[in-house]
Design a protein around this ligand. Sequence first.
Ligand code: PAF
Length: 284
Amino acid sequence: MTVRLVHTIAVLRKELAAFPAVQTRGFVPTMGALHAGHGRLIHRARAECDQVMVSVFVNPLQFGPKEDYTGYPRTLQEDCAFCDARGVDILFAPEAEEIYPRPQLTFVEVSRMSEPLCGRFRPNHFRGVTTVVLKLFHMIQPHRAYFGEKDAQQLALIRRMVLDLNLPTTIVAVPTVREDDGLACSSRNRYLNPQQRQAAVVLYRALQAAQNQIAAGATDPRQVQAAALAILQQEPLARVEYLELVDPDEMQAVTQITGPARLAGAIWIGSTRLIDNVLCQPPG
Ligand code: PAF
């Protein structure tokens, strides 16, 4: 095994100092249970950077009191082998007490953009994400950081945080990796039983149908959303949380489709919450 597994900030600092000639440090933040989507982020980082760091940290600050923090899959041994096989230099896997040795009183929040979509149903979720990402950026000092487009709102918020706080890190967006039937890869897919797994693809099918309508010239978001909702409602195992067309930069609802827009949705299949989104392009 060549990847260096590090659990504390003190050792992380020593490890980073031991690589003085690094030109480009690439960073892939994750919560572990690594899958092909993470593999794509690491692959891109490996191709573009001379040092690649991955973090595996299930961040308590971004889970609500009734959410799956305790049950979230923790598979550090497999994650370590996954990183090793992909040429990762350092895997940082701290315990919660290392990142939050005392109650966190300082937060970073990207206002307005964190309110719609997931923010409406997961209060404080994005505050937890941006706070931990900023802490990790301070610890790791990456030149480039890699995020998946599957979490489009998270990606937009982090881009904005980097701009607003003048951080010296380039944010790289990596396209969503999908399973053969189109379901977006997610660590939470492993919660699904075979019947639920089959049903879960309905989200992508609904998004695709809307994407096709927009490509064919539909301009009314309500009409497009209604068509996608009709597809979701045909799947008895799916419960829709939201489905909304937003502008790709600021994540605010669009009232007329005149340019690229992102259609984002969240559904529940049993007790598993799944999200996905597609970029929709009007003709021309
Ligand atoms: O996308 C995730 O896995 C998490 O939200 C992140 C960015 C690692 C922060 O905990």
